[in-house]
Design a protein around this ligand. Structure first.
Ligand code: NAP
Length: 248
């Protein structure tokens, strides 16, 4: 029989760390799963496992062998494959699956946002000669680096997969980023456009406020669609749902 309180958190975000802290403090046995792509991840309390499961079927096998009673999908809003696999595997095993989803950023008065559906569309949306602050991580920079008329600063936690073109500077930094520092960075490096995913959350929101204050255009990449599962926007609501789901 599975341990009734054994919880798997699909992590890789600050939200997942916060959830692990709360659930461990409440006495649950928590395993956080990381994709294993970050060199020095900030680790949450509880048990850690790293690396892919091998698709939905590999995840199903893992859930059974590890005796997991409940899964929390706290992956990044753009990690669509992991969320789809979690939905498949949990449905087939009839396991409860709860998602933590931070609200999207919404434009405010003074914002100059263009919405696009993908990183490729974001690269196409930039005018010739734009100097870009590119804040989409390291994995999808290729369409921007492939345009010889673009230049700028690409910010990421880990080094990029390939050497960037000469006109680009790589800035390796981890959030949080404050509005004042973001304004200084944009001014100092002559940025004309900001490119971002609609990740939501407060730790990287400063760039949006900075762009508004400097009246800079923003190319906003919209979230991919994830399978519909029970979703929560606050840790309190999610913790209540966990207790309900695990109560006999
Ligand atoms: P993805 O496209 O949805 O996932 C690709 C594959 O990576 C999955 O099929 C799975 O491999 C493995 N994987 C992803 N998350 C995992 C986890 N928590 N534990 C174990 N395996 C995992 O995801 P991604 O966009 O590459 O993101 C990878 C990780 O970085 C995620 O944890 C995500 O939360 C985090 N992250 C992503 C972004 C972003 O913009 N995409 C931003 C910040 C953080 P298998 O099929 O072999 O199981």
């Amino acid at each position: 029989m599975p341990d009734k309180t054994r919880i798997l958190i699909l992590g890789g975000t600050g939200d997942a760390r916060m959830l692990a802290e709360g659930l461990v403090a409440a006495g649950h046995e928590v395993i956080t799963s990381l994709a294993g792509v970050t060199e020095h991840p900030v680790l949450p309390p509880g048990e850690i496992r790293q690396g892919g499961f091998g698709g939905a079927s590999g995840l199903r096998t893992y859930l059974q062998s590890a005796g997991i009673a409940l899964v929390i999908d706290a992956t990044h809003p753009f990690a669509a494959r992991m969320s789809a696999h979690a939905a498949d595997a949990c449905r087939s095993l009839n396991l409860p699956l709860l998602r933590f989803e931070r609200p999207q950023w919404q434009p405010r008065a003074g914002d100059r946002w263009t919405f696009v559906a993908s990183t490729e569309d974001a690269a196409r949306a930039l005018p010739s000669g734009a100097r870009v602050l590119l804040t989409i991580g390291r994995q999808e920079v290729a369409p921007f680096f492939a345009r010889p008329d673009l230049s700028g600063v690409a910010r990421m936690i880990e080094a990029p997969p390939a050497e960037p073109p000469e006109k680009w500077t790589i800035l390796r930094q981890r959030p949080p980023f404050e509005t004042g520092a973001e304004m200084a960075l944009m001014a100092l490096t002559g940025i004309t456009h900001l490119v971002t995913k609609n990740s939501g959350g407060s730790s990287t929101q400063g760039k949006l406020e900075a762009a508004r204050k400097l009246s800079l255009p923003v190319v906003m990449i919209e979230r991919p669609v994830k399978p519909p599962v029970l979703s929560f926007r606050t840790d309190e609501d999610l913790f209540t749902a966990v207790e309900r789901a695990l109560s006999p």
